[in-house]
Design a protein around this ligand. Structure first.
Ligand SMILES: [Zn+2]
Length: 87
């Protein structure tokens, strides 16, 4: 992750690293939802009766999202070497 040193594509200001949490299980306890890091999934969405959509057999990678400190523009990356991060 250290090799990310981004400037905003819109206004050239510094961008801070972050992530977008996946609160998909929030229905279990809305006060303390169980969260993941949002992931990129290969291919097109496939419906599943039990889970809405299925990601079985698909490549998945955690998404890093950077936010511009000046204008708020968001830029996301899903890279192979980031896939070892917590999911
Ligand atoms: Zn900006």
């Amino acid at each position: 992750m250290a090799d990310f040193d981004l400037s905003c594509a819109k206004c050239k200001a510094r961008m801070d690293q972050g992530f977008i949490p996946d609160r998909g299980q929030a229905y279990m306890d809305r006060r303390r939802p169980y969260m993941y890091v949002a992931t990129w999934v290969a291919g097109t969405p496939e419906r599943s009766f039990w889970s809405g959509i299925t990601t079985r057999g698909r490549g998945e990678m955690p998404i890093l999202t950077f936010r511009c400190t000046a204008c708020g523009y968001l830029e996301s990356y899903a890279r192979l070497d980031e896939s070892k991060a917590a999911r």
